[in-house]
Every structure is written in structure tokens, then in C-alpha cells.
Design a protein around this ligand. Structure first.
Ligand code: BGC
Length: 246
């Protein structure tokens, strides 16, 4: 079954048609800039342009950078604060005229990695997927089951939100070398290990395509691997989510 998956991020809104049975991305990825300010009406309009680009009619899965419970947004770290309390399924559904199913972006990416990527076949133990991009997203799995809406990017480290110090945006903002950034991320991983004792850590998000530059500087008890689906994971996972809700 082919479903349109859309990944809404701090800098881009990306979509593609996904075969949810195989995880295969069947079209080119279409990317538009996230509108300035990331306000609800503007984002809904941009999503509609992605839908139109594919001339798509059917359920749409959206990965969104916020806590999302039954379609309603409950946080807004890197998007406009007016998202809080908004039912994204309804808003985007009304603009596109299609059934829309919205899920936290890191949860979407994690589900895709567990099914078709670095976590494939792992149905025992604790797996934590971390997405490194504008923010830090997390998806926690126990015996293959997702614990939804974990927000481990907002653990406090040195009195600051972890993602303010250790996201890819922080690396760029501070002009850090990969090694300097890895020192910060190492400190973050130590906190994660202390609190959750995972068996496996999967690193995804935009930075994961540069994994060979920073993985040699990271040391964890848990096995640590880069995501396999790279920046397609969010799109694939969003499509899977739409299929499972529909
Ligand atoms: C948000 C999360 C999101 C992550 C990655 C964080 O700032 O709070 O909900 O998953 O960024 O986009």
C-alpha cells in the first residue's frame, strides 16, 4: 500500500510516497522550506503544496516536531507557540481535504528504523533512537514497543536544555568541529545511559549522514550505531503511522 509520508522539520518540509509494506520510498523526495515562524496556517498551506505536487488522494502521515497526542500538539520547542492545543490532524485535514494522521517526528523515525533499518529484528531489550537536527528528538522502544512522546532532547545538562547544547543546530550556531560537538554529545549520552540503560542507541536525523566523523569520538556501554534510513526515516515512519491509524 502506497501512502504519502511528510516530515515537518525546523528547516524543511519533506514528502514522498512510501510503500508501507516494504519501507521503500517510491518517489523522489520533494522538499519545501519551512515557512518563516512555522505558524500553523502557513505550515498547513505548505503541506498542501506537497500533497498537490504528488497529485495524491489518500491518508497522509505527518511527522511533527512536538508532543502529539491523538492529533493535538502539546509542545512547541522549534515551532510557533500557537501550535499548542491545535489539532494538527484537523487543521491539515481541512486544508488538504484528506485524512491526516500526525505523530511526533522522532517517534516516526524510530518506528521506521525498528521496522526497516538499524533496529530491524530487535524485539528484546531497550532501544533508544535519537534524532540530531534542529532539535534532539527521541524514540524509546522496550521489547520492540514504542513508548510514545518521550522528549529526551529536553533533559537538563549543565542547567540547559540538552538540545540547546548538543543538537546539530547548536554545532552550526557555535561553529564547532565534529570533535568539539562530539564532546558535548558524549556528555548527553552519559546522561541518557545513566537514566535509561539502553541496549542499543541509534543515531538519526540530519547529522547521521556524517556519522563517521563523530561516532569514533563517542563511547557508550550500549551498542551505538547510525540510522540506516538516514533522512528518509521520518517520512517512512509517518506513512506507516497513517496506515496503522487508517
Ligand atoms: C521537540 C521534539 C522533537 C525534536 C526533534 C524537539 O525540540 O521537542 O518533539 O521530536 O525536537 O524534532
Amino acid at each position: 500500500m502506497d501512502i504519502l509520508g511528510i516530515d515537518i522539520g525546523g528547516s524543511g518540509i519533506k514528502g514522498a510516497i512510501v510503500d508501507v509494506a516494504t519501507g521503500e520510498v517510491k518517489t523522489e523526495r520533494y522538499r519545501l522550506e519551512t515557512p518563516e515562524g512555522a505558524k500553523p496556517a502557513d505550515i498547513a498551506e505548505t503541506v498542501d503544496q506537497v500533497v498537490k505536487k504528488f497529485s495524491y488522494r489518500g491518508p497522509v502521515g505527518i511527522g511533527f516536531p512536538a508532543v502529539v497526542i491523538h492529533g493535538v500538539c502539546y509542545s512547541a520547542a522549534n515551532i510557533d507557540a500557537s501550535w499548542i492545543g491545535i489539532n494538527a490532524d484537523e487543521l491539515v485535514g481541512n486544508v488538504t481535504g484528506l485524512p491526516v494522521h500526525t505523530v511526533n517526528d522522532a517517534d516516526a523515525a524510530g518506528v521506521a528504523e525498528m521496522r526497516f533499518g538499524a533496529g530491524r529484528g530487535i524485539d528484546r531489550g531497550v532501544v533508544i533512537m535519537l534524532t540530531i537536527g534542529t532539535g534532539i528528538g527521541s524514540a524509546v522502544f522496550t521489547d520492540g514497543h514504542l513508548v510514545p512522546n518521550t522528549e529526551l532532547g529536553h533533559l537538563e545538562i549543565r542547567g540547559k536544555d540538552a538540545e540547546r547544547r548538543a543538537s546539530d543546530a547548536a554545532r552550526k550556531r557555535k561553529n564547532l568541529s565534529w570533535e568539539e560537538w562530539a564532546d558535548r554529545f558524549q556528555e548527553y549520552l552519559e546522561t541518557i545511559e545513566k537514566l535509561f540503560s539502553p541496549d542499543l542507541i541509534i543515531l538519526g536525523g540530519g547529522a547521521s549522514k556524517e556519522a563517521e566523523l563523530f561516532l569514533p569520538h563517542l563511547f557508550t556501554r550500549a551498542k551505538i550505531v547510525p540510522a540506516r534510513l538516514l533522512n528518509q526515516a521520518g517520512i517512512i515512519g509517518a506513512a506507516i503511522y497513517a496506515k496503522e491509524q487508517g
